[in-house]
Write a new protein. Structure first.
Length: 60
């Protein structure tokens, strides 16, 4: 059985933890660029009767 399954987390969560750990271990000159790439913004657009609503952030 995989280590992440034994820990009770999903593969996606395990990869996120590994990425965060890697970014934290980088030298300062590379850390800023890596932190910027690690940020994700998701927007949601609903469609009703073929008309789209205004995009809104997923968290709101």
């Amino acid at each position: 059985m995989s280590a992440y399954k034994q820990a009770g987390i999903s593969l996606n969560r395990a990869i996120a933890i590994a990425a965060r750990t890697l970014r934290a271990s980088l030298k300062p000159e590379f850390k800023v660029a890596a932190e910027r790439r690690g940020h994700t913004e998701v927007k949601v657009i609903n469609f009703e009767k073929g008309v789209q609503s205004e995009p809104r952030p997923l968290g709101n």
